[in-house]
Design a protein around this ligand. Structure first.
Ligand SMILES: [Zn+2]
Length: 332
């Protein structure tokens, strides 16, 4: 742990926060309750780190365009959001007026599709050995890619899947690749972006060799990418807190998978220790990766042009806006 990190007050996160809600910090909206007004346009950030593509996983409560408005409010230059309810297999379709409003807001506030990374439902397991879940997951993947198309987006991020300890990892990777191929066939051009996992339980994708195993079997290589989550990587055993740790991880990623596939970063500190195999996000600087680790991330030349998205828990007086500012300040 760094000195700066040690000096920070330690506060406990409310235990009532669910896994889903923890990835969405609430933003104080300046728009009216009817949502008719947008946020006031901000002057672009200046100085060190101002060019980095940074943002948070935003709430879509009240309308999907609110994710764009809230990103402006927190000073984001990239963002993520869910595309529907996280509780059901079948979300109601996105209303075309809401989609239009979202697309317009993206243009108005300067968010190019390349900086927006919608996140898939946690219900989805495209590698499931259970027939019903496998079928539902494939249908959901197609539905989510179509939602992206409707919103004018070009990437869709999701967790690869789990063996449920019922099939081999290889078989699971095949099922995932098969689902991706199937979804590609039924949609036009949105890129499927798989996320590295933390080797928790029976999940796959914690090892770069597993990510490579999926990509190898995807037919349309132009429509497959990877999002690296710093918390998941650390929990899987990549020591991002060590000097040179970020470079080492990316070198290994490049050797095994290839940097050309890296589309985005999820910026999360880790509540758990190195190689704990636990998916427990922490605010930047409060966890075991620490500010020295994130300084490396922010100054790594290979990550300069890709979106970096926070999925950190709510913490009083340390919202996305402050976290983004802190991250920009770490840039040399
Ligand atoms: Zn993530």
């Amino acid at each position: 742990m760094s000195d700066r990190q040690g000096a920070r007050p330690k506060r406990r996160r409310s235990s009532s926060l669910s896994r889903k809600s923890r990835t969405v910090q609430k933003t104080k909206r300046r728009s009216s309750s009817s949502g008719e007004e947008g946020p006031v346009k901000k002057k672009p950030a200046k100085g060190k780190g101002s060019k980095r593509l940074l943002g948070g996983h935003m709430s879509i409560a009240g309308g999907i365009w609110k994710a764009v408005h809230d990103s402006v409010i927190v000073g984001g230059t990239a963002f993520a959001m869910f595309l529907g309810s996280q509780r059901t297999w079948k979300s109601k379709p996105i209303d075309e007026r809401a989609a239009e409003r979202f697309r317009q807001a993206c243009v108005e506030y300067g968010f190019h599709p390349s900086v927006i990374l919608p996140h898939g439902s946690y219900l989805m397991n495209c590698g499931s050995p259970r027939r019903d879940i496998f079928q539902k997951s494939r249908s959901m993947l197609i539905d989510e890619l179509r939602r992206c198309e409707q919103l004018g987006l070009t990437m869709f991020n999701f967790h690869p899947g789990s063996t449920l300890n019922e099939i081999s990892v290889e078989e699971c990777l095949e099922r995932i690749a098969d689902s991706i191929n199937y979804a590609h066939q039924h949609t036009n051009k949105v890129m499927t972006v798989i996320e590295n996992m933390c080797c928790q339980g029976n999940t796959v994708g914690g090892r770069f060799s597993e990510i490579k195993g999926i990509i190898k079997l995807v037919r349309n290589k132009k429509r497959i990418g990877v999002c690296l989550d710093t918390c998941h990587a650390f929990a899987a055993g990549y020591d991002l807190s060590a000097r040179g740790g970020v470079k080492k991880m990316l070198d290994e990623f490049d050797a095994q998978v290839g940097m050309k596939y890296l589309m985005a970063i999820h910026l999360n500190d880790s509540k758990g220790m190195l190689e704990c195999h636990k998916d427990r996000h922490e605010n930047i600087g409060y966890g075991h990766i620490g500010l020295d680790g994130f300084r490396q991330v922010m100054n790594e030349p290979r990550l300069r042009k890709i979106p970096m998205i926070l999925e950190t828990p709510h913490r009083p007086n340390f919202d996305y806006e402050k976290e983004i500012k802190l991250l920009r300040s770490l840039c040399n």
